[in-house]
Design a protein around this ligand. Structure first.
Ligand SMILES: Nc1ncnc2c1ncn2[C@@H]1O[C@H](COP(=O)(O)OP(=O)(O)OP(=O)(O)O)[C@@H](O)[C@H]1O
Ligand SMILES: [Mg+2]
Length: 249
């Protein structure tokens, strides 16, 4: 099982502005990490380094000790990323073919591909929309499609950038259930979210970002009381001393 080690990662954008400043994180196999912080704090920029969409200006991102940018193909097989902007991930003519695209590129046989596509369509609730053209889907359905495409690849490490935005209540619950299930079956989970109350019960670690830096890191409970200083809404249950309660019914 894979682990991620980020050492002194700094990212300077082409315009000279600083995206990330001396980030150090280690993510063990099977960890459940939540990254939070205000808009523009660098969360998506950090995620983009995890599968080599951006290259470090300095520092390193290592997957099992090997630099992500040294072997992008390998990194992208191990790290599956559900992007914040779901539209950019759509490649197929139909929902079905879009989801099948990834497994087809893995060289799996047709039976295995069909089995995977059907399973993940069920998980994200798109089983009745297999023939639909992706560009006709609603915003929430597009997000479900992007999630299905990543799940179908069965990557060891899953990165979700704002996975709950645009999903309705049951869509959000289904997704969270699925994420918990993936975590229990050994996958590492990294979630960027403003909705701490949904995930905080399940997370092992919480990282708070501000201006491209990690400003707090630790076990979620120990950071309650501090998160609002960094533009993140604290789960009500923790604020009123009720203990962290599950969002799932
Ligand atoms: N290519 C670029 N050139 C210059 N600045 C950039 C570039 N890409 C992103 N930025 C800036 O970097 C900062 C961090 O952006 P990022 O997308 O990582 O924020 P975020 O924490 O994901 O925010 P949000 O919660 O809104 O998704 C922002 O101020 C953004 O404007
Ligand atoms: Mg973002």
């Amino acid at each position: 099982m894979s682990f991620i080690q980020i050492n002194n990662l700094t990212h300077i954008f082409p315009d000279g502005s600083t995206g990330l400043k001396e980030i150090n994180i280690s993510i063990k196999a099977g960890d459940f990490l939540v990254i939070a912080g205000a808009n523009g704090s660098g969360k998506t920029t950090l995620c983009r380094h995890l599968n080599g969409l951006l290259r470090p200006t300095s520092g390193s991102v290592l997957l099992d000790g090997i630099s992500v940018s040294k072997d992008l193909l390998r990194a992208r097989q191990i790290v599956g990323m559900v992007f914040q902007n779901a539209d950019t991930q759509i490649v197929g003519e139909s929902v079905y073919s879009d989801i099948a695209f990834g497994p087809e590129n893995l060289g799996l046989n047709r039976r295995e591909i069909d089995a995977r596509v059907e399973r993940v369509m069920e998980i994200v609730g798109l089983q009745d929309l297999g023939h639909q053209k992706p560009h006709l889907l609603s915003g929430g359905e597009k997000r479900r499609l992007a999630i299905a495409g990543v799940l179908a690849m069965n990557p060891e490490i899953l990165v979700f950038d704002e996975p709950f935005s645009n999903l309705d209540y049951s869509g959000g619950q289904q997704l969270l259930n699925q994420i918990i299930h993936l975590h229990k079956s050994g996958h590492s989970i990294i979630i960027v979210t403003h909705e701490l109350e949904k995930v905080i019960n399940y997370a092992d670690h919480l990282i708070l970002m501000q201006n491209g830096r990690i400003v707090r890191a630790g076990v979620p409970e120990t950071l309650m009381g501090e998160v609002e200083a960094f533009g993140v809404r604290e789960p009500c249950t923790s604020k009123y001393g009720l203990g962290l309660q599950s969002w799932l019914s």
